[in-house]
Design a binder for this molecule. Structure first.
Ligand SMILES: [Fe+2]
Length: 295
């Protein structure tokens, strides 16, 4: 395949693979045995192609890598990334400093079969009073708390739109993120049913100056594995995984996903539709789809 990756496939028939280049990114795709391929340029859909093209609209440079072990099932991570409004409930830092709130203008988009999703929000699209009303008595943008270095919160607009948050999952195991000015890809590598590794690749653009590169790296104190925000995602997944791990292997824990009806894009942030989209496709893929289920 192109781009000098040097991939050698020896044990899988050539015919079962095809590759595609999207926005300069090479994709290598295997057939999953259910009569269709996933994650090729053809199958990404316009939503994912637009998201990738937006992030990779000019040459990038790699800023670093990190590997993070999370002791939970890998599917929890996909749920986490598809859960639009947990950020403003779980992540106290985001709410307090107004970085990510359910009252922002934003929404969720998916491809036709809900394999991939995008969560987005627009910068400065709500006010403190909007948020105070929505969150009741919760302290929003608390005047008592100030950061010594406010650059941690700074958003420098660098795209044609004003989105300060655009993060996707690409079925089954990748994510492309823009969180303020923190850019990264995340790859999920399952390590059995009880653990997975997250492989983080941080990037910027080749024409970034030193100040911009430092700005991107600084924001990893929020959005990297040990960041004030993302650290909580790993912790929440481990807690949830323990809670659903039945002591008796012959028992089952069921957590009903809220909401019902059509699985479709929404132009608002308070919804869990992409999670239902994931399970809809996963159930079909695993041949465990209930009769009459929504797709
Ligand atoms: Fe989160």
């Amino acid at each position: 395949m192109g781009h000098g990756l040097g991939l050698v496939v020896e044990s899988i028939p050539r015919g079962s693979f095809r590759n595609a280049i999207n926005a300069g990114l090479p994709f290598l795709t295997g057939c999953l045995g259910v009569g269709e391929d996933v994650s090729t340029g053809d199958d990404l859909g316009s939503m994912m192609c637009n998201h990738i093209s937006r992030l990779f609209y000019k040459p990038v440079k790699i800023l670093g890598y990190q590997r993070q072990r999370i002791n939970g099932n890998w599917k929890f991570y996909l749920e986490n990334l598809r859960d639009t409004y947990h950020a403003s409930l779980l992540h106290e830092f985001l709410v307090t400093f107004g970085l990510d709130r359910a009252t922002q203008k934003g929404g969720v988009e998916m491809d036709e079969r809900h394999r991939h999703n995008l969560t987005y929000a627009h910068a400065g699209s709500d006010s403190d009073s909007d948020a105070k009303e929505a969150y009741g008595g919760h302290e929003i943008n608390n005047d008592k708390l100030k950061l010594l270095d406010s650059r941690l919160l700074e958003f420098r607009q660098e795209y044609a739109d004003d989105r300060n948050l655009a993060i996707s999952t690409m079925f089954p195991n990748a994510s492309f993120q823009q969180l303020n000015n923190s850019l990264a890809t995340r790859q999920i590598q399952p390590k059995g049913i009880d653990a997975f590794d997250l492989i983080w690749t941080y990037f910027g653009y080749t024409d970034d100056d030193v100040d911009m590169t430092n700005h991107r790296l600084r924001q990893l104190n929020l959005f990297g594995p040990g960041g004030l925000v993302s650290m909580e995602d790993a912790e929440a997944i481990e807690i949830a995984h323990k809670a659903t791990y039945a002591e008796e292997r012959n028992t089952t824990t069921v957590i009903e996903v809220g909401g019902k009806g059509e699985i479709s894009d929404r132009a608002y942030r308070v919804n869990d539709v992409p999670i239902r989209g994931f399970w809809s496709y996963y159930a079909e893929l695993m041949d465990i789809e209930p009769a009459g289920a929504f797709r």
